[in-house]
Design a binder for this molecule. Structure first.
Ligand code: G3P
Ligand code: MG
Length: 239
């Protein structure tokens, strides 16, 4: 039976509040979600901020890539008006503030690292440095689609759980899982088969599915052994 315990707020609560912002994370906590997922990347001057896209146009009033701007510029962006007028003035959060907020809210954090090419390793190094100097949420799982970033986290902050993100489940999954000592795979729900979660569980790992906004589909995936689903719309899944 699908319950709130199976839900991870995707990019905060992406259908209900502007994605990758503090209001979205706070709403996930108010809805009673055990976990929230966010995306982080590096500014030009080495500050980790929350944003999904490489570029700023879709979710802010700035232009260009995150990577080409200093934090001072990114901090001036409006990351809320594009979503709804009531969120005007919402800022792009810094990751250190998000770690502190999740800790205060008691919500677990799925921290997805989205390095701009070719910054797979230095983005991971910045995350590792921050994790070593900041009070952390009680539950924290790191992930990235970039295996080089997951590998760097394995080397630099091995004490934190790691998941590999995947659009397609790769043939070399076993080798990668063992080398990176993965706790889980985060796989596109569209390519998940009924066999996948049992196969991973047999190998000692969990399977989580993104992004699921349909209640029947979420229930099916949970029935197949998927541990949790990343969702933009938690109320739609719980009915
Ligand atoms: O963490 C995985 C999930 O967020 C899916 O990917 O593109 O929405 O960051 P994306
Ligand atoms: Mg993500």
């Amino acid at each position: 039976m699908l319950t709130v315990q199976h839900l991870i707020g995707h990019r905060g609560t992406a259908r209900l509040a502007p994605e990758n912002t503090l209001p979205g994370i706070e709403l996930a906590a108010r809805l009673g979600l055990p976990w929230v997922e966010i995306d982080t990347q590096l500014s030009r001057d080495g500050v980790l901020v929350l944003l999904h896209d490489d570029t700023l146009e879709r979710t802010t009033n700035l232009h260009g890539t995150v990577r080409e701007h200093d934090y001072a510029t990114l901090a001036s962006a409006d990351a809320g008006t594009w979503f709804a007028a009531q969120f005007a003035g919402t800022r792009i959060p810094r990751l250190d503030n998000v770690l502190e907020r999740c800790r205060a809210l008691g919500i677990g954090l799925h921290l997805e690292i989205k390095p701009a090419n070719p910054h797979e390793t230095d983005t991971a190094a910045a995350v590792a440095a921050l994790l070593h100097t900041t009070a952390l949420p009680e539950r924290l799982i790191l992930s990235s689609f970039a295996s080089a970033t997951v590998a760097a986290m394995h080397e630099l902050a091995p004490e934190h759980l790691r998941a590999q993100g995947a659009e397609h489940f790769p043939e070399n999954w076993r080798e990668l899982s063992e080398r990176l000592e993965l706790e889980a795979w985060h796989v596109d729900a569209a390519v998940i088969t009924p066999q996948l979660a049992p196969m991973l569980r047999e190998a000692g790992m969990a399977l989580r599915a993104w992004t699921v906004n349909d209640r029947a589909r979420a229930q099916e995936l949970i029935d197949w052994g998927v541990e949790a689903v990343f969702t933009d719309a938690p109320p739609a899944l719980l009915g």
